[in-house]
Design a protein around this ligand. Structure first.
Ligand code: ZN
Length: 309
């Protein structure tokens, strides 16, 4: 079941229907059991897998979350209530959890954000996942803390961008970095406004990528996909891809102005429409970033926000 990653870290790939389809959970060995990093989406498939792991005799000491997107926090409440394992999240993550508990409010804000920017609103089949957020964590961490994961202490680093509450954990002696969805090996993490609130997340993401030079790692363990062994090069690669997309957006923008939805459809024309919300979000956060640099500006036309040069 486990993939051996380092002397004391095992990886468990938890698969589930929908979304990214799978998430990497890491189990870090400790004297009083494993520390589990992230849990997977709330789904029968993920619960079955974790039950098999636990029935095989694996002892879990605690669950620690890198951020509170549903594919990472999904089974945290289940671990706490059904297995009796304490759950630790960041203080900022707890703020996000409180917002996500109000599904109606989140849905309305997201719907209105998408419509304002030219889209048709949220997909009709948006599952109400408020219940996964409806529990009180057993403890909190924040930036500059040293958190014990297994037998080792890790530095807690805040890297907002992919999520406002994205944290990573750094073991300085072993040069191991647990990166959540901050940096993935094969795909660029989506920078999206999933709670429907506008903010300049891409600016924060660039700043968070910049921070990575302070944490040289021999291995970085991401929330999805394979391990990263050339972190510096991968960070540069992600920056280059964003720069390229920003240029592309500038090329597509006209003096008359276009909405985020129009631009994302032009730029991601080759993609399947059913996954359109991620390209839309990626485009919108790039537009907000370009606006903050003074490269473009927004005008309102018939209740729609258009961006022009
Ligand atoms: Zn994820």
């Amino acid at each position: 079941m486990f993939e051996h990653v380092t002397d004391d870290i095992e990886k468990l790939i938890v698969r589930f229907p929908g979304g990214m389809g799978e998430v990497n959970c890491y189990l870090i060995k400790g004297e009083s059991g494993y520390t589990v990093i992230d849990t997977g989406t709330y789904a029968n498939e993920s619960i079955d897998l974790w039950e098999t792991v636990l029935e095989s005799g694996v002892l879990v000491e605690k669950v620690v979350l890198t951020h509170t997107h549903q594919d990472h926090i999904g089974l945290a409440r289940w671990f706490q209530e059904s297995i009796g394992v304490p759950v630790f999240t960041s203080k900022l993550g707890y703020m996000e959890m409180l917002k996500a508990r109000n599904f109606k409010n989140k849905k309305e804000k997201l719907d209105s954000l998408i419509k304002r920017h030219g889209g048709t609103g949220i997909p009709k089949r948006l599952d109400n996942d408020a219940f996964i957020y409806d529990f009180e964590p057993d403890g909190f961490f924040e930036e500059n803390d040293n958190i014990q994961l297994g037998n080792d202490f890790y530095e807690v680093i805040w890297v907002p961008g992919h999520a406002p509450d994205q944290y990573i954990f750094y073991q300085r002696d072993k040069k191991i970095l647990i990166v959540g969805d901050h940096i993935l090996k094969d795909i660029s993490p989506v920078i999206g406004l999933w709670l429907g609130e506008e903010s300049n997340l891409l600016k924060e993401y660039y700043d968070s990528l910049e921070k990575m030079t302070q944490f040289p790692a021999v291995i970085a363990l991401p929330g999805h996909g394979p391990e990263i062994t050339n972190l510096e090069a991968r960070v540069q690669d992600i920056k280059d891809k964003h720069d390229y997309r920003l240029e592309q957006i500038l090329e597509h923008i006209t003096d008359q102005g276009k909405t985020a939805n129009e631009l994302s459809k032009e730029i991601y024309a080759s993609l399947n429409m059913s996954v359109f919300i991620s390209p839309f979000m990626a485009t919108l956060t790039r537009l907000i970033y370009l606006e903050s640099l003074g490269e473009i500006h927004r005008v309102e036309k018939n209740g729609l926000i258009c961006f022009s040069r």
